[in-house]
Structure formats: structure tokens, C-alpha cells
Design a protein around this ligand. Structure first.
Ligand SMILES: *[C@@H]1O[C@H](CO)[C@@H](O)[C@H](O)[C@H]1NC(C)=O
Ligand SMILES: *[C@@H]1O[C@H](CO)[C@@H](O)[C@H](O)[C@H]1NC(C)=O
Ligand SMILES: *[C@@H]1O[C@H](CO)[C@@H](O)[C@H](O)[C@H]1NC(C)=O
Ligand SMILES: *[C@@H]1O[C@H](CO)[C@@H](O)[C@H](O)[C@H]1NC(C)=O
Ligand SMILES: *[C@@H]1O[C@H](CO)[C@@H](O)[C@H](O)[C@H]1NC(C)=O
Ligand SMILES: *[C@@H]1O[C@H](CO)[C@@H](O)[C@H](O)[C@H]1NC(C)=O
Length: 294
């Protein structure tokens, strides 16, 4: 039903209706706390997203090339949300996550799945000069999760079936026996023996330099691909998943992305981001203009 990354999750409600009501088994060994809002919004699709989100500065000219030319880019909005961001650069977002416990009223309707979403926030889909949407062409996700793949494709996304290391998890710790805190997640497709996306991060003493509000903002921008329908994911930073011992942690690290997910194979070093777990509520297959003003 839905996908979980942003984009994916959306599909859920639509798809959920088509899914038999027997509960699906979830992957064995998922290390993620249960959905804390499943029964609070009994008639809505909710779930959790555990993983990392990173801000990758790319030349504005490249973003302009990759975002369909009919849509403007809300440059002033992202510049004001990112004080000190390099001039003439644009904040590409890379989100690597495990979608967990996605369903209705506390019932998990789709198996957990992993994904990498490379997306372009602050896109002026409606041409009104202020409503920010997140554009992304590709969603790289667990290849066995046909429901999530169908959900992604319902938005016109190109769903790329993949496997991940670690499997069935948000990320793994590189050297747990040595007390290491470095985390990684790699995505593989059938087109190549080497990973198509790799991420590797170390924790920082605090969140920065990009403010937490920036991440809250971009994870709440409605997601689209072909612009026919939009996926609204409302992220909750106020549950036990995102507060106290689980509060978001600032990270720094390296990301590699292969073509065609960017035009050429690219490695970005020392990018900043967050390690986080959040609950979300998802409204699938909305008319995009209904989200004006977000
Ligand atoms: C991951 O989940 C799938 C589906 O439930 C399962 O078949 C597989 O054994 C799991 N892998 C690991 C390493 O837990
Ligand atoms: C998120 O996943 C990581 C990696 O498995 C795990 O250590 C962490 O406990 C999870 N967070 C929550 C709140 O479950
Ligand atoms: C949600 O589940 C609870 C029990 O878990 C049930 O009492 C309630 O009627 C359900 N609500 C809906 C809208 O399905
Ligand atoms: C790889 O997967 C894609 C999408 O599922 C499929 O169309 C293609 O035939 C596969 N290629 C190979 C070499 O198996
Ligand atoms: C994101 O920030 C922009 C610029 O401040 C604002 O206009 C927009 O409403 C915010 N979007 C969300 C979903 O919070
Ligand atoms: C928690 O956050 C969500 C999403 O921003 C919001 O709708 C909800 O009202 C908040 N709940 C509380 C108790 O503040």
C-alpha cells in the first residue's frame, strides 16, 4: 500500500483498501520501536520512519537541470531556512530509511521495507511562488515489497527494486564490537554488483549547521513525481520515537550515488544530516492544489 518513504507511504490508503485484511508478517529482526500513533488516528494511515536524512549541496544549475523546467524553485525559502548555506548551491535531500509498522488503527498492513529517496525540496509545483513541494523521480526500495512498489508507481515515481545492507534495518553500526558509532546503509540493484547508493555517517555533538526546523520542514513537504497526485506525509517529532533518548542526532558523513539516480556517479563528502526515528501520518493520492500553502 504505500510506500513509505515519503512517497511510498502515501499510497497506502489507496492500496490498503485492496489488500486482504489478514495481517502480513513483518520482517524478523527489525530493530525499531512500534508505531506510537497507530491507534490515535484510527482511520488514517500511519507508520514510522527510522533512518537518516542528509542535505547534499549541489550546484543550483544542476538542480535546475534535474527538476522539470515547468516548475520554479523557491530559492528564497530554502536560503532563509538554511543560514550559511553555500552560495549558488541547492539542498538535495537523501533519505535512507526503514518504513515500519505502516497500517490503520494499529494494524500493520504492509511489510516493513527499506528505501532511499533522493528528492528535490522547495519546488513550486503550483506556480504560486510560495507553496513548497518535494520532487523526486526515483524511489529505490525493497524489491520484494510489491505493495510498496505499486504505491510508489501510483505517483509516477520510477520504483527501483533493490536489496540493502544491512537487510531489514535502518542502518548498521560499522564496528559495534569496538564501540564504534559510525553507521552505514548501502543499496544494491540487479544492474550492478556494486552498491548504487552508499551512506556512511558519524554522530556529531549536536544538530547542525542546518537547523532541526529545516528537516521538519522538508519532511513535511508534499511529495510528487509526475504531478498528477501528491503524497502528504505529516511527520511527528513529538512522540517517544523522537524525544528523550531517541531525539534526533546530528551526523556528518559521505554519500555515493550512481547514475542514473544522478546524471553521473557522484560522491559527496562531509555532508550534514540527522539520524532519527519519526512517526508519520500519511494522506495518499491527494489533489496537489489541495496542499497549497504548505
Ligand atoms: C528480512 O525480511 C525478510 C522478509 O520478512 C526475511 O525473509 C529475511 O529473512 C529477513 N532478513 C534478515 C537478515 O532478517
Ligand atoms: C532505529 O534503528 C536503529 C538501527 O537499527 C536502532 O538502533 C534504533 O533503536 C531504532 N530507533 C528506534 C527508536 O527504534
Ligand atoms: C480501532 O481499534 C480498536 C481496538 O484496537 C477498536 O476498538 C476501534 O473500534 C477501532 N477503530 C476503528 C475506526 O477501526
Ligand atoms: C532488473 O530489474 C528490472 C526491474 O525489475 C528488470 O526490468 C530487469 O529486467 C532486471 N535486469 C536484470 C539484468 O535482471
Ligand atoms: C517550509 O518553509 C517554507 C519557508 O519558510 C514555508 O513557506 C513552508 O510553509 C514550510 N513548509 C512546511 C511543510 O512546513
Ligand atoms: C505532534 O505533532 C503533530 C504533527 O506536527 C501535531 O499534529 C500534533 O498536534 C502534535 N501533538 C502534540 C501533543 O503536540
Amino acid at each position: 500500500m504505500h510506500l513509505s518513504n515519503f512517497p511510498v507511504a502515501c499510497l497506502l490508503s489507496a492500496i490498503a483498501l485492496a489488500v486482504p485484511t489478514t495481517s502480513l508478517s513483518s520482517p524478523t529482526q527489525v530493530d525499531s520501536a512500534p508505531n506510537p500513533i497507530g491507534t490515535l488516528y484510527p482511520t488514517d494511515v500511519t507508520g514510522t520512519i527510522n533512518g537518516t536524512i542528509a542535505v547534499v549541496p549541489i550546484p543550483y544549475s544542476l538542480a535546475r537541470e534535474l527538476i522539470p523546467s515547468q516548475y520554479g524553485i523557491l530559492k528564497k525559502a530554502y536560503k532563509s531556512a538554511l543560514p550559511g548555506f553555500p552560495h549558488d548551491m541547492y539542498p538535495l535531500i537523501v533519505r535512507s530509511i526503514l518504513d515500519h509498522d505502516v497500517g490503520l488503527n494499529g494494524t500493520q498492513l504492509i511489510p516493513d521495507f527499506q528505501s532511499v529517496h533522493i528528492f528535490y525540496p522547495f519546488v513550486d509545483l503550483l506556480g504560486d511562488g510560495y507553496s513548497s513541494f518535494a520532487y523526486g523521480k526515483y524511489l529505490i526500495l525493497t524489491g520484494t515489497n510489491t505493495v510498496a512498489i505499486g504505491g510508489s508507481e501510483a505517483y509516477g515515481q520510477i520504483a527501483i527494486p533493490a536489496t540493502f545492507k544491512p537487510e531489514n534495518n535502518s542502518y548498521a553500526f560499522s564496528h559495534p564490537s569496538r564501540g564504534g558509532q559510525e553507521i552505514y546503509l548501502n543499496a544494491y540493484t540487479n544492474e550492478s554488483d556494486s552498491a548504487v547508493v552508499t551512506t556512511k555517517f558519524k554522530p556529531l555533538p549536536s544538530v547542525g549547521p542546518w537547523p532541526l526546523e529545516f528537516y521538519v520542514n522538508v519532511t513535511n513537504q508534499p511529495i510528487f513525481a509526475d504531478g498528477v497526485k501528491c503524497d502528504q506525509q505529516i511527520t511527528f517529532f513529538n512522540t517517544t520515537l523522537s524525544t528523550g533518548v531517541n531525539e534526533p542526532v546530528g551526523i556528518i558523513g559521505d554519500i555515493s550515488i550512481s547514475a542514473p539516480y544522478l546524471p553521473s556517479d557522484s560522491t559527496f563528502r562531509n555532508v550534514f544530516g540527522l539520524k532519527l526515528d519519526v512517526a508519520f501520518l500519511e494522506n495518499n493520492l491527494l489533489e496537489c492544489p489541495s496542499l497549497k500553502g504548505l
